[in-house]
Design a protein around this ligand. Structure first.
Ligand SMILES: O=P(O)(O)O[C@H]1O[C@H](CO)[C@@H](O)[C@H]1O
Ligand SMILES: Nc1nc2[nH]cnc2c(=O)[nH]1
Length: 329
């Protein structure tokens, strides 16, 4: 990995340095009732349905947001920064899934942040909730049709790179798509060229300028030593990994592991959004066998670390949005 001003997070020798129900068929009138595009076996949402959802948001908020934010587990406070918020509960958005995971409130917040128009998902959808990947990342297409040009995707993740400490932030510069290895993709099914090409390229998915700007901001914030640049991998979950799996991921060059984000990024790149993504390292992944309960990942710890580090994450995001806004003004 070259071109970044902090050491590459991966440290490898390449020299490059309350269950709410999950079927999501919320019974709203949408004019497309003949097809159940929210069902597992038919996950492709027609363009017109996405367009209807986007219209619902833009008309309801009176805004066409430019920046989309997806809040990771325990990072809902990113959306609490938004000024003059218009709030849309997922349950009230036509054809929208609902959040079922603790730490994911389940609402869309539209407003302004640092002068920029933004929309934030306070709660994302995960494969392990029973949603197909196309459904998990459907809101990214909604963002696109609302006018969003930049996707900020955040997540809580386990640190596999031994140099990472709990509370550190890893700026994603690449990913290993384990669900893709297994033949699953949010882009499966018929391709609608109004979103993007059948065979999108994914090299350079993570915008280098935004990574470099984020590093500068981290320096200005005095948290440079807590910032890394690295590779994220998404597994299906909901179980955390075995030691053997973590060792295998490490050998593959993965620095942090979670259960989200990758399918959102694929969907965003397919429709040509600029992507910035980071992982808050909420736990260190053990790569040696141990009987200690403390060495096991658990969601309470994930949430607690996210709460502790929300201030730094919020500042990083808001300052970066400010730069994007100033650069385009
Ligand atoms: O990726 P986010 O949504 O931040 O959440 C991460 O934290 C949860 C596990 O603790 C999983 O959902 C994992 O993906
Ligand atoms: N898969 C996975 N997801 C996480 N989310 C937060 N921590 C972890 C982890 O250790 N593994």
């Amino acid at each position: 990995m070259t071109g970044y001003k902090v050491a590459n997070g991966n440290g490898h020798s390449n020299g490059n340095g309350n269950t709410k129900g999950t079927n999501g068929t919320n019974g709203h009138s949408n004019g497309h009732k003949s097809a159940d595009y929210t069902a597992q076996e038919n996950p492709t949402y027609p363009y017109e349905v996405i367009e209807e959802i986007a219209d619902f948001i833009t008309k309801g908020s009176g805004m066409r947001p430019k920046i989309g934010i997806i809040c990771g587990s325990g990072l809902g406070s990113l959306a609490d920064m938004i000024q003059d918020p218009k709030i849309f509960e997922y349950e009230k958005i036509p054809n929208f899934p609902v959040s079922t995971v603790e730490g994911h409130a389940g609402r869309l917040v539209v407003g302004t942040l640092e002068g920029a128009t933004v929309m934030a998902m306070q709660g994302r959808f995960h494969f392990y909730e029973g949603y197909p990947l196309a459904k998990c990342s459907m809101p990214v297409r909604v963002m696109k049709l609302c006018g969003v040009e930049y996707l900020f995707a955040t997540n809580a993740a386990g640190g596999i790179n031994p140099r990472f400490a709990v509370g550190d932030i890893m700026l994603m510069h690449d990913h290993v798509n384990m669900l893709g290895f297994a033949g699953n993709s949010p882009l499966q099914g018929p391709n609608d060229p109004r979103f993007g090409p059948r065979f999108p390229a994914l090299v350079n998915s993570y915008n280098k300028d935004l990574i470099n700007k984020a590093i500068e901001i981290a320096k200005a914030m005095g948290i440079e030593s807590n910032i890394h640049v690295g590779v994220y991998s998404c597994l299906g979950g909901p179980n955390y990994e075995t030691i053997a799996e973590l060792k295998a991921l490490r050998m593959m060059g993965v620095d942090a592991v979670g259960m989200s984000t990758v399918h959102e990024v694929i969907t965003a790149r397919h429709c040509d959004m600029k992507v910035f993504a980071f992982s808050l390292i909420t736990n260190k992944c053990a790569t040696e066998y141990s009987d200690k309960k403390d060495d096991e990942a658990n969601h309470d710890e994930v949430m607690a670390v996210a709460k502790n580090r929300q201030k730094a994450c919020c500042e990083l995001v808001s300052r970066l949005i400010r730069e994007i806004h100033l650069a385009s003004a």
